[in-house]
Write a protein that binds this ligand. Structure first.
Ligand code: EPU
Length: 370
């Protein structure tokens, strides 16, 4: 199998001449899916761990990393993948480095399972299609999620009853503080609902270079998410394979979620709140019809989209922004919106929902420059 990896642990010592100097004052507008204006003070991209190491040695990155009274630990550069889960409320204050590490490598091809290592800069949906075309199951429910592969473990991407952690084996990342390479197995990633160690204790510290997944050649399709069964029935498919599930997921997503290439957005803006039993009981007493997903630990997840719709925001515009007409949890840029305006809208939604329901929504999107 062809592989184009150059981020192996020994790459640090290899000769390198391909790191371009960082460019000053680069527009990020085309590099993130909200499509708002934002400028990076410095910008560069890397196609390997080796190139990233060179970028980390350049003056503007070293300057950002130097301790100041405000940032005694120094500030790390920002690693940008597909820019599909980020809102630039203001301009980033640190250099922005785009992850373009490519490569798809089969590490082990057994009778049942196949282990693949994917470059973090690979476009996620292309990877999903590549695995489905080979009959390797596990990613089909995660079809058409925007973004690049490195972001998948960052927030344990999930959709239609499946989260990345189900197929995840390990990842390789570079420590931005000293350029060392580190492997993280599943336990080290501390996956949760749209959570991982990379959003908590390791926030901002690592650049993910590759992600290793274990896929199943005899995967049982996961159909528990109601809309999938219904869509498959409408497609006339009674014994679905992974390619059918993928097509159903693509169909559902396209019918509900705005295409970022047409209407700027970053998918769900908030996480679905997880309430303890007491808080849920209080909410249910006032709103008996509230949809709910009971969790194994006794807590109850409620759809933020429902709360936002009930609060009257669905399809209502505020200047060039607002909550989408088909999925209230998605905040969109109708054209020319400023990042700060979108953030203001998000805060408005957050405050109103809290006042009406006593539930505080937490952004799923990574807000920069707040
Ligand atoms: N709902 C409403 N009004 C709305 C939207 C949703 O009442 O405008 C209620 C309905 O009861 C609906 C329920 O919310 O049945 C769930 O809606 P949906 O199936 O659209 O899923 P979601 O909970 O809003 C989550 C993920 C999505 C993922 C879908 C499908 C989060 C934050 N979002 O959305 O992920 O695609 O489930 O699995 O968990 C993303 O992370 O960016 C994303 C799009």
């Amino acid at each position: 199998m062809a592989a184009s990896f150059s981020n192996r642990p020994d790459a640090r010592s290899a000769a390198n001449h391909d790191a371009q100097p960082l460019q000053a004052g680069v527009s990020l507008q085309a590099l993130h899916t909200f499509g708002t204006k934002a400028t990076a003070p410095w910008f560069g991209s890397f196609a390997s761990g080796e190139t990233l190491l060179r970028l980390l040695e350049q003056g503007p990155v070293r300057a950002a990393k130097a301790p100041t009274p405000q940032t005694p630990q120094g500030a790390m550069p920002m690693i940008l993948g597909g820019g599909s889960n980020v809102l630039f409320v203001g301009n980033p204050s640190v250099p922005v480095l785009a992850n373009r590490v490519m490569g798809r490598e089969v590490l082990d091809n057994g009778p049942r399972y196949v282990v693949v290592r994917i470059g973090a800069g690979e476009v996620w949906h292309e990877v999903v299609q590549w695995t489905i075309a080979r009959g390797w199951g596990g990613l089909e429910n995660l079809s058409l999620i925007p973004g690049r592969t490195g972001a998948a473990p960052m927030q344990n991407i999930g959709a239609y009853g499946v989260e990345l952690e189900r197929t995840f084996q390990e990842l390789e990342a570079m420590d931005l503080r000293d350029g060392s390479l580190k492997r993280f197995d599943k336990a080290a990633c501390q996956f949760g609902y749209r959570e991982s160690a990379f959003k908590k204790e390791h926030k901002g510290r690592y650049a993910i270079l590759s992600v290793t997944l274990r896929l199943d050649k005899q995967a049982e399709p996961v159909l528990e998410y109601g809309a999938i069964r219904q869509t498959l029935e409408e497609m006339g498919i009674s014994e679905p394979g992974i390619a059918d599930v993928s097509r159903a997921v693509v169909h559902i997503r396209q019918s509900k979620l705005p295409d970022p290439a047409v209407l700027g957005n970053a998918g769900s803006f908030f996480k679905n709140p997880e309430l303890d039993a007491e808080a849920f009981a209080a909410l249910e007493a006032a709103h008996p019809d509230i949809p709910r997903y009971p969790l194994a630990d006794g807590r109850v997840k409620v759809p933020a989209g429902w709360l936002i719709e009930q609060a009257g925001f669905k399809g209502k515009t505020f200047g060039a922004t607002g909550c989408h007409a088909r999925q209230a949890l998605v905040i969109v840029n109708y054209g020319g919106a400023k990042g700060a305006e979108i953030w203001q809208h998000a805060l408005r939604v957050q405050d109103t929902v809290e006042q009406q329901f006593g539930v505080r929504l937490h952004p799923e999107v990574n807000a920069i420059g707040v």
